[in-house]
Write a protein that binds this ligand. Sequence first.
Ligand code: 1CP
Length: 327
Amino acid sequence: MRQAGRSLPGYREVRKRASLFEICRSPQLAAEVTLEPVELLGVDAAILFSDIVLPLAAIGVGVEIVPGVGPVIDSPIRDARDLERLRPFEPAQDAPYLADAVRLLVSQLDVPLIGFAGGPFTLASYLIEGGPSKTHARTRALMYGEPLLWRRLLDRLADIALASLRAQALAGASALQLFESWAGVLDPGSYRTFVLPAARRIFDGLADLGVPRVHFGVGTGELLESMAVAGADVVGVDWRVPMDAARARLGRGVAVQGNLDPAACLAPWDVVRERVLAVLAQAGPTGHVFNLGHGVLPETNPDTLRRIVELVHGHRGGERAEPPVRS
Ligand code: 1CP
């Protein structure tokens, strides 16, 4: 999750020469920064370097990634007329570099490549707020106040995510992740009414591909039961929910992903180590994709990440393979 981001030296170098969208639109640059964490950290999978707003830019929505802020939309969506700007996304015509980057990476990687897209609530929130938001108040107000417009908006965004994810899988991605990052601001009833149908439409639309589907959000503790029925094979949880509690809420048949607090990576190694082992113990020996609970913080020392990967690799089936640290 944002593993190639601002904490890595190679990525920072590339960013001096190219903007974020320029990297995304160049298969060579996207491949270079996707490979860096695999080589440097030893992770078991690569996540394609791209951004969740890229398909919106590709269909002509005015969006910029502002450094230190995130995606900023020129002219936010406020009424039904604004919906016309969200035409269907046709990856082969609108963003051929996406599949090209996937193909290039698959030819170079010896670990699986994860493709991804933004969840409909999360993309709607950027489009309605005009950029990142702490409260997502306008988004929720439109959702409650104009349910028909909301529904049409989410259906369009679901189709955009589905088209993007299918294109990445068909180009060779081995797993697909839907980043519904900000859905955790909703209560469970609203999530079920206003977002779940769109999420289900995406996961159902991927089922024939036979590729594992991951569904992630931040602060989704109260939504996990509902997210479990959206159809993903793996649900990502952040650090607020202990892994055993997450499993109980998700029920059988769904694997879990997560959930080390990214801020824990800034602590001294002994503390990091204990917290990693606690996550592993809580998640249990199978059906767990070890990950951070959210994206890597820019100030993280890559060496800590490398040591975490090594520690997790040494920890098989509940056994501690690494000798205890002397105090
Ligand atoms: O791991 C990787 O580096 C892969 C590339 C990747 C991914 C998976 C980027 C590049 N963005 C994303 C996903 C993404 N983008 C999400 C979902 C995951 C999450 O919750 O973190 C979200 C919400 C975005 C939107 C976005 N783009 C933000 C968040 C803003 C907010 O609302 O708080 C930011 C800061 C960006 C810019 C961005 N995208 C990617 C990177 C490395 C960056 C940092 C800025 C830069 O280097 O210029």
